[in-house]
Design a protein around this ligand. Structure first.
Ligand code: NAP
Length: 281
């Protein structure tokens, strides 16, 4: 039976660390770190995500605001808001919630964020910093996965890691982080031949695909660590990951559940990134 990596518990520990850091920042600088979230449009899922982020920031004592814009907002208006936040000294972190309303080029908006305030870590300057080993802001979900792997007590140096998925948000930064810890990294995607065979080689599997229960027991080397980033609905409409937990759990050495694994870590790491940005500010 695999060790269960409890993302809820580990995320709480991260939030507690951040809360302490926020108080120390307040004592030293006379103000609280400020996280500003831009929510454009009326996507219901985005509304829920943003409320969760707002609540989590409040709970650790951060300042900030949610800037709610109507679905009719123009690209120019959005860029003007980002610019205002860029120059505001009380703003340490800026997050533009995706997706943006139709007709707005998300890339243009994200690239307009000051890289020093880019707490999502999506700006090309931060992406470049990550791949060249320079200090910068790192995307929250992969950072969360690394913390879970560390808490599981995995020695990454020399280990074989397979990341399934090559998105800019999860797969690619995850690969960079694993490489930085000296793992031998394979990035698999929809064109990968013999994905089960590739996964079977892995000491660590990170699944970031978006396909319910795709990774099955036959894909997993006994004792491997399995990190499940996926957030899907199964045939009964129940939240599930990219990993078939029931079959993989008896084979793996350690595994994250869905829900309660990677999910809670993403917001915790957003708070940690905001505190880091504030300290460097
Ligand atoms: P994405 O941009 O859609 O990327 C999915 C990746 O999976 C792509 O690289 C794609 O390959 C690959 N893929 C698709 N089908 C495949 C297959 N049959 N075999 C192998 N690879 C395949 O998704 P994402 O934004 O990275 O998110 C991935 C999952 O993580 C989703 O379920 C999302 O909801 C979840 N997620 C969770 C959190 C969290 O906080 N827990 C955060 C972010 C994302 P190609 O590049 O070849 O198309």
């Amino acid at each position: 039976m695999a060790k269960l990596i409890d993302g809820k518990l580990i995320a709480k520990a991260v939030r507690d660390e951040v809360r302490g850091g926020v108080e120390a920042f307040l004592a030293a600088r006379g103000r609280r770190p400020g996280l500003h979230v831009v929510l454009a449009g009326d996507d219901p899922a985005s509304g829920v995500y943003v409320r969760n982020k707002e609540k989590a920031a409040e709970e650790v004592g951060m300042a900030g605001a949610v800037h709610r814009l109507p679905p009719t907002v123009t690209e120019a208006e959005l860029l003007a808001l980002v610019e205002r936040l860029n120059v505001d000294p009380a703003v340490d972190g800026i997050l533009v919630q995706l997706p943006l309303p139709k007709g707005i080029a998300a890339e243009k908006v994200l690239d307009a964020i000051d890289p020093a305030k880019d707490v999502d870590g999506f700006h090309p300057i931060n992406v470049g910093a990550l791949w060249t080993g320079k200090p910068g802001l790192v995307p929250c979900t992969p950072r969360g996965c690394m913390r879970l792997i560390a808490e599981a007590g995995v020695a990454l140096a020399g280990a074989r890691a397979v990341v399934i998925g090559r998105s800019n948000i999860v797969g690619k930064p995850m690969a960079a982080l694993l490489l930085a810890e000296h793992a031998t990294v394979t990035v698999a995607h929809s064109r990968t031949r013999d994905l089960p065979g590739v996964c079977l080689q892995a000491d660590v599997i990170v699944a970031a695909v978006g396909r319910a229960k795709m990774v099955r027991a036959e894909w997993v080397k006994p004792g491997a660590v399995v990190i499940d980033v996926g957030m899907n609905r199964d045939e009964h409409g129940k939240l599930c990951g990219d990993v078939d937990f029931a079959s993989v759990e008896p084979v793996a050495g350690a595994i994250t559940p869905v829900p309660g694994g990677v999910g809670p870590m993403t917001i915790a790491m957003l708070l940690d990134n905001t505190l880091a940005a504030a300290k460097r500010h």
